[in-house]
Design a protein around this ligand. Structure first.
Ligand code: TYM
Length: 336
């Protein structure tokens, strides 16, 4: 059975970018493949502490798991939900992979460069982040990892570490699929990057201060619609999908496609030759508010008890699988 795995940090309420880039693709893939694949959904809570956390990580974690259920995740025996810090093998394998990865390749990670900006005061966790991520993936022999485009470099790094390790110690890790194949598996034409609504050259991010730049999953449907209506576009006066030339308009078309589950090509065809940006914004605002209305109603009906029951069985499963793999790696190094 192949394994499909993903994780989303629970530092705060998630954005529409997290939802459309990773959470919804994972839910759709899980529902499609969970009869014949293992579906691992985990909260990387140890990854969260690279930034200051305010004591609400536990509650945020429970809420993030509820998001998957509210987005329609169907549960069966092949669906496993767990918290990273409840499976100690992640941290232990991370150390071992630290001894396989190189300073050169890890220093080239864009997220590290952006977050550290060359400062010596930056914590070592920010540097080590992708190695822990590699451990999260390799412990479970995951082949497909639905993620937003900003994380693709970390998948390539994971592949390189696994290939190097296997070459030296034997075929212990499954090599995750190349990012081009990940994209195909997700059924999208390109990696997903939802843009900042006010500044569409940048990705939508929860850490951007301007309220109207991002849609949060707890925004009221009306508030989200207003944010879409005030999104930055351009003055070219044609509705065309061109992420470089018209990022604002293209971002709205991409959001429309992902929210309604209509292929991007069909959305592009629907708007071909149209010129009125206001009409496109109204359509996208309506789609996003309908999505949020449904999502928030479902979220309100999910209890903490439901989540804790899933975590109990998920963490038992995760520890069994992860410890087996960890032992194989310990043996390879001659530690056991
Ligand atoms: P995090 O929490 O930073 O991001 C969670 C997911 O949301 C995606 N994402 C976006 N996608 C499209 N457009 C956006 N504007 C946007 N913003 C965020 C991210 O690409 C990501 O998929 N490092 C992971 C967490 C992690 C992980 C793992 C994932 C830790 N270990 C192992 C998979 C497998 C991350 O980026 O989290």
């Amino acid at each position: 059975m192949k394994t499909i795995l993903t994780g989303i940090r629970a530092n705060s309420v998630l954005t529409l970018g997290n939802y459309l880039g990773a959470l919804l693709p994972m839910v759709r893939l899980a529902n499609e493949h969970s009869k014949d694949s293992q579906i691992n959904i985990f909260v990387p809570d140890l990854h969260s502490i690279i930034s200051d956390v305010d004591g609400s990580l536990k509650e945020n974690t429970i809420r993030t798991i509820k998001y998957y259920l509210a987005a329609g995740l169907e549960i069966n025996d092949n669906v496993h939900i767990y918290r990273q810090s409840y499976v100690p093998a992640h941290s232990e394998l991370c150390w071992m992979l630290d001894c396989v990865a190189t300073m050169g390749e890890t220093s080239r990670m864009i997220q590290f460069k952006e977050k550290s900006k060359g400062q010596e005061s930056c914590n070592v966790g920010i540097f080590n982040y992708p190695i822990l991520m590699a451990a999260d993936i390799l412990l479970y022999d995951a082949e497909y990892i639905p993620l937003g485009e900003d994380q693709f470099q970390h998948i390539e790094l994971t592949r390189n570490i696994a290939i190097r390790f296997n070459h030296k110690y034997g075929d212990i890790f499954t090599i995750p699929a190349k990012t081009a194949d990940q994209v195909k598996f997700m059924g999208v034409s390109d990696g997903i990057r939802i843009r900042d609504l006010l500044n569409p050259e940048k990705k939508m991010s929860k850490s951007t201060a301007a309220e109207n730049s991002k849609i949060m999953l707890d925004d009221s449907p009306e508030k989200a619609a207003k944010k879409i209506m005030s999104a930055t576009t351009d003055s070219l006066g044609k509705i065309k999908f061109d992420m470089w030339g018209q990022p604002g308009i293209s971002n709205l078309m991409l959001i429309e496609s992902l929210v309604t589950n209509v292929p991007l090509q069909d959305v592009i065809a629907t708007w071909a030759g149209e010129t009125r940006y206001g009409d496109l914004k109204k359509q996208v605002a309506a789609s996003v508010s309908a999505m949020l209305t449904d999502f928030q109603a479902k979220l309100a009906g999910i209890t903490d008890e439901q989540v804790y029951a899933l975590l109990e069985s998920g963490e038992k499963y995760a520890n069994e699988v992860a410890n087996r793999k960890l032992l194989a790696v310990q043996k390879a190094f001659g530690l056991r």
